[in-house]
Ligand binder design. Sequence first.
Ligand code: HEM
Length: 567
Amino acid sequence: MRGGRFKIGRLKHAQAWAAVSDQPENDVVHTPPRIFNAPACHSAELRIWVLELSTWVLMDSHNNVSIEAAPFINFSASSLISTSLVALVGALLLAKVVQKMRLKLPPGPFAWPIVGNFLQLRTGLTPQTLAAVAKKYGDVCLLQMGQRKVLVISSPAMAKEVLQTQGVEFGSRARNLVFDMTTGHGQDFVFADYGEHWRKMRRIATVPFFTNKVVQQSRLAWEQEIGQAISEITAMPESTTSGIIIRDRLQLMMYNIMYHMMFRRRFSGLDDPLYVQLMKHNRDNHHLAQSFKYNYGDFVPSFKPFLRGYLKDVWAANQRRLVFLRDAFLNERRKQTGQKIGVDFFLDAHLKGEISESSVLYLVQNMNVAAIDTTLWSTEWGVAELVNNPRIQRKIIDELDNVLGKGVPLTEPDLPRLPYLQAMVKEILRVHMVVPLLLPHMNLEAAKLAGYDIPAGCRVLVNAWGIANDPRYWDKLEEFNPDRFLDNNVELNGNDFRFIPFGSGRRSCPGSIIALPLLGLVLGKLLQAFEILPPPGDNKVDLSSVGSQLGLTIAKRSRVVMKPRGM
Ligand code: HEM
């Protein structure tokens, strides 16, 4: 009887969660996942959880739990239960040994039942922690995070193997349970599995965004937008006294640059009502999706029910943002005519039946994070390093004056003639890599790597930051020093695997063609206009960082003084 109840409870639980993960993609602006309507029943959840602990032993090599385990609960006498548990633990150990004997898995720390290495690494899979793990277990190592296997890659040779040589095999994306919800199971571009849909998305987005022609067509608008930001910063009285939080104005500038490329839209200022709404949606979504708070439910699916409220919030925030993007931007654009611009390529593809409207929305959503946040965070790190290194500011200014002439405004075509400015951009991306583990890759099928067996469905993290900060490949790591790039011929084209802040191969960042000139232009133009200084009473900007699911950002909203040159 009890066994039967448990079995039903467990099945209900499984079905409810299947409901969350099987939401059809056209749910984008429609009904919430069914689980959120289900009545809460914590005691049942707890019982299910206990049952799942005992069924863990029957997981197969892909960690699927067999429902056949349920009859174990039929035993009523406590002695029988404890005997069963001992037998289970024995069976568990035996199963592990057999599995290990069958497969040659990469080395890794001892994994505890159920939680694996989660307790050892519960503060998050940061690049620093993973670099330490690699030091102990090697450049290819395997972590068991709850029921998810995480493959950590920590050398240029192995990165090349995963990203380039076996780029197809490892070319899918691992989505966690939140990204699964927010991308409609990979209906977007960034988190799509490797295959037909991803190829379509990449092709559709390339023409309006990722070519040299687009850069040439857009650069005047970028230069104007940067000029506008500089004028407004100059006009702020506190920029020369107590200092300003430059992030806010740079963020508006980045949004204007990308929203111009996508929609030919410009926000008039930080208090533009549309901008205020957009910021709120993006902030809400960022906090929920990028937090480490939900890792436990992602790694140990049995814990998912405890995330019911959290996932409901994620779902609701994401729906609100998608509806807002559709109504305020896509539908507005549909009413306009004239020259074809960025988003029209997505809309046309939808009209031709190539992609769904949801995919258009997800693509727009991708751009907010993949394009704007990354470039903004890198610029912010750059400004902070400029404040802390007046010698580097001086060198960049000298280069600009010598190459262009004093007072001649920097433009995009000048950038190749400014090696030191370019070296500065590289050093920012090396030391403060904003996507330090790249985006998680995944092998859909079982694979072989460096003689090891790699089970299907591994989350593959390439520690690009770890490699770019590894004393085996770089000298004097403790120094922030752009000079290192002047004579080492390390290029940012993805072919030198010591330095891959944009990844490499099929899933590499297509946006580097935009991000690199933008970073050079913004930093160069700011320096032509201002001497950038710490606020009164400080002599440095605090460089502490804060990690999130995918990114690494500067933790504090520091003030900086922007003193116009010649003052
Ligand atoms: C400093 C700025 C940027 C950095 C550091 C950066 C970094 C990255 C990284 C590391 C990846 C994943 C590579 C991999 O997993 O192998 C990526 C993917 C991507 N980035 Fe960027 N990115 C930046 C700017 C941009 C911009 C400006 C855009 C668009 C205009 C963009 C669009 C994308 C897209 C669409 C993908 C997904 C590609 C795919 O999955 O096929 N990124 N980026």
